[in-house]
Ligand binder design. Structure first.
Ligand code: KIV
Ligand code: ZN
Length: 388
């Protein structure tokens, strides 16, 4: 039987850390409701101690959304954790996600703490968080630049304190797939009781490898939770894109052999909502949710698609929520695609000679215009039609 991959969405927390992407409480609730329709497993709704607004948003989402687990981030201190617990009080199912940095650079320069102090604080945080819920996630921040022996000590200790999910954070997008996956594998092999917790991946896209690193963490490292955001929104270059992870796992089920609960037909609606609310446009060539993701422009491809869609499509536009794929008519289009469009528009030309004449005029126009719209075709053929 295939394992389940837990989809943890952090659009409302790490996604919001994207400069300029801040959202109001009502906007966050709208997105959370859509994430529920998408059937994500966990919604990280915010960072309760960060601001009154975040606190209120988590509280509202906890009441409005009942299916997914609602999660709040908190630093590894009592005040943050108590605030997270207070915001989550109304949730049907709640998770506290606590973190502290473990890399030498962060401990020395940012926290100004010794490794032993960090270890103690991590333990204390998880112990305290467990007094509010039995679902506690721990993240060693900047884990991919941390010393592996120290990481083992910290993670072993927090598992003993009751952490149920361990998140291997590639905070600055420094990981490379094979290494990232293998480090996670080593951690799981070295840490006692590692099979008692869920291992999670959390990757940033600074080198454009967030999705690849996450999938390596799953396949090589054995992670069964992926932290991701809609449209890959997030701090700096963003986070792992949910839509890419989900469609990679589904399209290559032969390789990944994993299941998930996501309703993929809700992907495009969710992407559009997040884009509209944040004002962050989705690039046209973005995988899965970009406007061109299922558009075919070259004549050879259009001809192939009209004969059998699998020739140039590895997934269906309809399966992710687009109405249909798109044949874009332009100067690269061939006669077949042109004829197909005539048919769709209900234009029946009398003879092949007329089709050829209309196609020649279409090609002439296409050299002057990047895309030929249906209206262009209708006026192209109107002379022919009026002649009858
Ligand atoms: O990138 C990161 O390290 C984080 C943690 C707080 C999980 O977002
Ligand atoms: Zn992050």
């Amino acid at each position: 039987m295939a394992d389940k991959l837990i989809i943890f969405d952090t659009t409302l927390r790490d996604g919001e850390q994207s400069p300029g992407a801040s959202m109001t409480k009502d906007e966050k609730v709208r997105i959370a409701r859509q994430l529920e329709r998408l059937k994500v497993d966990v919604i990280e709704a915010g960072f309760a101690a960060a601001s009154q607004g975040d606190f209120e948003s988590i509280k509202a989402i906890s009441l409005a959304v009942r299916e997914p687990i609602i999660c709040s981030l908190s630093r590894a201190n009592d005040r943050d954790i108590a605030r997270a617990a207070e915001a989550l009080a109304g949730a049907e199912r709640k998770r506290i996600h606590t973190f502290i940095a473990t890399s030498p650079l962060h401990m020395e320069m940012k926290l100004r703490m010794s490794p032993d102090q960090v270890l103690e604080q991590a333990k204390q945080a998880v112990r305290y968080a467990r007094t509010f819920t039995d679902d506690v996630e721990f993240s060693p921040e900047d884990a991919s630049r941390s010393d592996i022996d120290f990481l083992c000590r910290v993670i072993e200790a927090v598992i003993k304190e009751g952490a149920t999910t361990i998140n291997f954070a590639d905070t600055v997008g420094y990981g490379v797939p094979e290494l990232y996956g293998n480090t996670l594998k080593t951690l799981r092999e070295r840490i006692p009781n590692s099979d008692k917790v869920i291992w999670s991946v959390h990757c940033h896209n600074d080198l454009g490898m967030a999705v690849a690193n996450s999938l390596a963490g799953v396949m090589i490292g054995g992670a069964r939770q992926v932290e991701c955001t809609i449209n890959g929104l997030g701090e700096r270059a963003g986070n792992t894109a949910l839509e890419e992870i989900v469609m990679a796992v589904r399209t290559r089920k032969d390789y990944f052999n994993l299941d998930f609960g996501i309703d993929t037909t809700q992907i495009v609606a969710t992407s559009k909502l997040v884009s509209q609310i944040t004002g962050f446009a989705v690039q046209p060539n973005k995988a899965v949710v970009g406007a061109n993701a299922f558009a075919h422009a070259s004549g050879i491809h259009q001809d192939g698609i009209l004969k059998a869609r699998d020739t140039y499509e590895i997934m269906r536009a309809e399966d992710v929520g687009w109405a249909a794929n798109k044949i874009v008519l332009g100067k690269l289009s061939g006669r077949n695609a042109f004829k197909q469009r005539l048919q769709e528009l209900g234009i029946a030309l009398e003879s092949e000679t007329e089709v050829n004449a209309a196609f020649a005029r279409f090609k002439e126009l296409a050299d002057k215009k990047s895309e030929i719209f249906d209206e262009d075709i209708m006026s192209l053929v109107s002379d022919e039609e009026h002649a009858h």
